[in-house]
Design a protein around this ligand. Sequence first.
Ligand code: FES
Length: 556
Amino acid sequence: MGHRSWMRSQGFTPEVFDGRPVIGIATTWSELAPCNVHLHRVAESVKRGVWQAGGFPLEFPAMALGETLLRPTAMLYRNLLAMEAEELMRANPLDGVVLLSGCDKTTPGLLMAAASVDLPAVMVTGGPMLNGKYQGTDVGSGTAVWRFEEDLVAGRMTQEECAFAEGCMARSNGHCMTMGTASTMASMAEALGMQLPYSATWPAVDARRYETAQRAGQVVVDLVRQDLRPSAIMTRAAFENAIRVNAAIGGSTNAVIHLLAIAGRLGVPLTLDDFDVLARDVPTLVNLQPSGKYLMEDFCYAGGLPAVIRELDDNGLLHSGAMTVTGAGIGANVADAPCWNREVIQTVADPFQPAGTGTAVLRGNLAPDGAVIKQSASSPHLLKHRGRALVFDSPADYYAVSNDPELDVDEDTVLVIRYCGPRGYPGMPEVSNVALPKKLLLRGVRDMVRICDGRMSGTAYGTVILHVTPEAAAGGPLALVRTGDWITLDVPGRTLTLEVADDELGRRRAGWQPPAPPASRGWTRLYTDHVLQADTGADMDFLLGASGHEVPRESH
Ligand code: FES
């Protein structure tokens, strides 16, 4: 009676307590997370599907992480969302869950939670915005921001034009419509088998997104009846599929961190090197910004992610039998998936970029535990490079002098920005792709090598070495680099080398002091005390693994 009576205050009829599956709908809706602001309406469609299939839907809020407003970075809170959602799913009497996400961190955060609880689950991402339109051309969220900012500094754009462009980029509900982290992670959820085919690519305002959401509501009730859980779907084969799909779509480097973190919840053995090995024989098929030309709306109309997955399957690059939320293997889901535009979705035989141009994993004395670079977003002439370091201990230190015409920098310089890792910043923000020094922009230089222990937005581009591990704040060799040191980058050889002798590095290490912790209390304290390094997904050490969904004790 105690459980039922209070629920009836919402006006439910008694039949909802007849033993039918109770389906939680975890929504990351918030007006502070504009990419997710339409998820209330998506939830209504999910509820229709749950009722149709004989379930009892109950919507509940999970922490909404808006990439554009949260400081110092939404990534600081991904693990908090994962922890909060995990506890809500376990502690409430749910039989299954539908996960509503959109903006970058909300998709991996909810998948991590679902993995640790292991209740039957279906994800519905919110979908991308419509294409941005500015002066007759398509402009992509994020990608265009970096370009406009550089054009403004270089005098190629006026302040008025910039302000006008601002309103032209985000024209509808939805997440970034470039192949940034949100689109990438939506695609990863589909490639992992955790959301329905086409779910990643329908635009947020497309009626078919709502149709898919309703279908997801029906599907989750079936999953409960079949007892098909995330641990049976997100297997090693599913992660290998996701890594290959990420290479084929030219996806964000952030997928590396998030997939490692999700795998860590399931006990699936996955390493940083898997991303390099598995991606090497996969060409980039999708011509989308920031690596290419088109945007998510074009990708959708060209056939969406199923056309890509089918192309990989037809060429033996997919574990076709990997189970999905449809109850069928991923290959069977896309067996008839058409492609309507081969300029947007190219083929393995005639790819947009050849195999081996995806995310590469680098190692060397500057990154003993690894670093990553997105080759497709880099300048080919910089992939083998030797230059002198110009070192800054924060992006702010760099920006304080980046417009100085006397700055001792040229196009061969290697910019080192450090103390931006999980512990250092804290939260490992997307600050690694610092804008080029004004002096070089005015000379027409458009790219230079940058090295950082932080991340880069999936919408960004440039020859930027990311996720250097161990980070500087954890005493990684990055902390020992000095301005003027020579650094050699060899992406084909997968090395990153600081040309300083070991004995000299030993002397520098003896004089190095770790930075003071950024906080003495609260979540930030807990986070910096327990966060793991980027090479294993930057989860908390105490959140690895799963606790299941059982709660044996009553509340009253
Ligand atoms: Fe939310 Fe890009 S800011 S997806």
